[in-house]
Design a protein around this ligand. Structure first.
Ligand SMILES: *Cc1c(COP(=O)(O)O)cnc(C)c1O
Length: 415
């Protein structure tokens, strides 16, 4: 690694223990102790500073859709950086315009649809929140369990008290409706609601898909009251669920057309980029000149990364592969061990619900065995692997789960 990434003045050799110790001395303590020090990746594998190999079943939290060091993505980004890397939004680039066109087409937009580029999921939601405010209406409805990001606006839309309360007062007007409760959403609606903001599958809450029909109901309510329907597909978008966007899946929202879709995580295949796709003409026109902005958003490197990512997903038929592998993997996980109480998700966004709150311990053991998974709640393991994953690469994880001492974990965890 040191010889391929020369950093003048910085010595990048060292053991994992040394880097972890230095991390604690210089990085803010927002993430806890890093699980490993990673130095290299290729395909679905990464290697740590001590030379150990892991199969990455989390994909940088649903980001590395093409895995690590994908040759097409790498070539596109390197070529772009060597040609024109950043220009500010006083200027545009062919990559930026082409990506906006591509996203509108994939999301089923039309000539009135418009895109705003940001650099992350929270920023994309921040922009969506500002669009909602521009309706002039004071209330915004979100769901219990919702996660929309960590900046103040997106945090106001996020339900978890531990994330919100240390930073109050937050932007006002947001109300939370019980998850999946169509009657409660209906009761909360009114002509003073600017927007209903939903994740088709709640990711951080533990991969909880909206119940069938809920999105269509939300669309009908938004229409009846003149509100916007905003879908946060930061985690579920860009092929993750086996469709370009989760709301296009028949079981989730097939046929529902949101006013706004926000994207980030998987969009750039690992290069930071977020996007707000305003599909309806009304939503697309709400932000006027000077009302929003960004220095980095939509720069040529980020947008070419997204074009390459989308291009590879399409070229390699990954959407179909994600559906097939996701179905096979979820089916296999259901029966593998009595430790598994339920398996949820769509495509390659998968929750393994354990029968006891032992997810952190199981994830630790998995890591030691060479599998990266995420204990997204005390009892839930989340998988969001690269979309290039094969059955041969993941079946060993199913076998590994089968070998866990299920009774012991259930008893200890329940005790
Ligand atoms: C991760 C996530 C965000 C926040 O994205 P960042 O890039 O971390 O700011 C917002 N919404 C959803 C649904 C997410 O999963």
């Amino acid at each position: 690694m040191n010889d391929v990434v020369p950093v003048p003045g910085a010595e990048l050799a060292g053991s994992a223990a040394e880097w972890t110790e230095r991390y604690g001395r210089v990085l803010m303590n927002t993430f806890g102790t890093p699980r490993r020090v990673l130095v290299r990746g290729e395909g679905v594998h990464v290697w740590d500073a001590d030379g150990r190999r892991y199969t990455d079943l989390l994909g940088g939290i649903a980001v590395n859709v093409l895995g690590h060091a994908h040759p097409t993505l790498t070539a596109a980004v390197c070529a772009q950086l060597g040609t024109l890397g950043h220009v500010s939004n006083f200027f545009t680039s062919p990559q930026q315009v082409a990506l906006a066109e591509r996203l509108v087409a994939l999301a089923g937009g039309d000539h009135e649809s418009r895109v705003f580029f940001a650099n992350s999921g929270t920023e994309a939601n921040e922009a969506a929140f500002k669009i909602a405010r521009r309706t002039g209406r004071p209330r915004v409805l979100a769901l219990e369990g919702a996660f929309h990001g960590r900046t103040m606006g997106a945090l106001a839309l996020t339900h978890k008290a531990a994330y919100r309360e240390p930073f109050e007062p937050l932007p006002g007007g947001v109300e939370f409706v019980p998850f999946g409760d169509a009657a409660a959403l209906e009761a909360a609606m009114g002509d003073d609601v600017a927007a209903i903001v939903l994740e088709p599958v709640q990711g951080e809450a533990g991969v909880r898909p909206l119940p069938p029909g809920f999105l269509a109901h939300a669309r009908a309510l938004a229409d009846r009251h003149g509100a916007l329907l905003v879908l946060d597909e930061v985690q579920t978008g860009v092929g993750r669920t086996g469709a370009w966007f989760a709301h296009q899946l028949p079981e989730l929202g097939g046929g529902v057309r949101p006013d706004v879709v926000t994207l980030a995580k998987g969009l750039g295949g690992g290069i930071p980029i977020g996007a707000v796709v305003a599909l309806s003409g009304r939503a697309a026109a709400l932000l006027g000149p000077g009302q929003h902005g960004t220095t980095f958003g939509g720069n040529p490197v980020a947008t070419v990364a997204a074009l390459a990512t989308i291009g590879v997903i399409e070229r390699d038929g990954l959407l179909g592969r994600v559906r097939d592998l996701g179905d096979r993997l979820r089916a296999a996980l259901r029966d593998v061990t009595p430790l598994v109480a339920e398996v949820r998700g769509a495509g390659l966004l998968i929750a393994i619900e354990l029968g006891a709150p032992v997810a952190a311990r199981v994830a630790d053991d998995a890591l030691a065995a060479g599998w990266i998974v995420n204990p997204v709640t005390p009892s839930t393991l989340r998988l969001a692997p690269p979309l290039i994953l094969t059955w041969e690469q993941v079946s060993g994880f199913v076998d590994w789960l089968a070998g866990l001492p299920a009774d012991q974990l259930l008893n200890e965890g329940g005790a």
